[in-house]
Design a protein around this ligand. Structure first.
Ligand code: PEP
Ligand code: MN
Length: 270
């Protein structure tokens, strides 16, 4: 499938990067500029956040959707944001290039049915307690509804292991690549919860046959309002982008060509 200039599921390995949550225009712009310069292909950022605690930062909502769209536009990066509820679709559809369904909503069937009807690609994350079969059947809801633009994303499952936030199920990636025609991304950020594991697991995901990555990046992870412990700094993200090509070359693949255009406006106030 293609999203703007980016082909997902083709020969090129695709990298989606950005903050867990859009916290402000300045923070988003800083990350967008950094990941675009390092060679990311799409920009991510949460606007409506599915937080475990109702007292945690819930995201800036519609304001965040607009901020993300503007930063993506400035750097030539299509944008990915999570939709929690059908009521949010109207405010997102014109600003978001890929609608993400998060792990907590993988089996929200009314949401999946609604997304089956939209003309926007959907990134479907695996639920943290979902089997591969349940994940693929959730994707069927989208396909059956008439939306063929579906990307899967393995983001770790819950196991007895507590040393990592989740357990990254890379075998599911190889399995799903054999069983379906759908592109599969890996999210090493939520899968591990630990910044220092994101690069090794990204390289492993590439070798396991993933079509790309979804990675969280923050300019100042210690001050992040959400998931700072797993966020790469811009410098570490750049390191990742330098380490991927030789690993991809070893399995006969390569990074998707760089797509980010030069910003249309140089000086942008936050
Ligand atoms: C996210 O990608 O921002 C997110 C909340 O991930 P998940 O649904 O995988 O927990
Ligand atoms: Mn997150």
């Amino acid at each position: 499938m293609t999203v703007g200039p980016v082909e997902i599921g083709g020969v090129g390995f695709v990298v989606v990067a950005g903050p867990c949550a859009v916290e402000s225009a300045g923070q988003t712009e800083e990350v967008a500029a950094a990941v675009a310069a390092a060679g990311a292909h799409l920009l991510r950022g949460g606007a409506f956040k599915p937080r475990t605690s109702p007292y945690a930062f819930q995201g800036l909502g519609e304001e965040a959707v607009a901020i993300l769209g503007r930063s993506g536009g400035r750097h030539g990066l299509p944008v990915v944001a999570e939709v929690l509820d059908t009521a949010q679709l109207a405010s997102m559809i014109d600003h978001v290039d890929i609608l993400q369904v998060g792990a907590r909503n993988m089996q929200n069937f009314p949401l999946l049915r609604a997304l089956g009807k939209v003309r926007r690609p959907v990134l479907l994350k695996r639920g943290f307690a979902a089997t591969v079969e349940e994940w693929l059947l959730a994707a069927e809801y989208l396909l059956d509804g008439g939306n063929s633009q579906v990307v899967l994303c393995e983001r770790g499952i819950r196991t007895f292991e507590t040393a990592t936030r989740n357990t990254l199920d890379l075998a599911s990636v190889a399995l799903v690549k054999q069983r379906t025609h759908l592109p599969v991304l890996v999210d090493p950020s939520h899968a591990t919860g630990l910044r220092e594991l994101v690069i090794p697991m990204s390289l492993a995901a590439a070798v396991a046959g993933a079509d790309g990555l979804l990675v969280e990046v923050h300019g100042a992870p210690e001050a992040a309002l959400c998931d700072g412990r797993q966020a790469l700094t811009p410098a570490l993200f750049s390191d990742l982008m330098h380490r991927l090509p030789p690993v991809l070359a070893a399995i006969g693949r390569s990074l998707h060509p760089r797509t980010a255009a030069a910003p249309a406006v140089r000086a942008v106030s936050p």
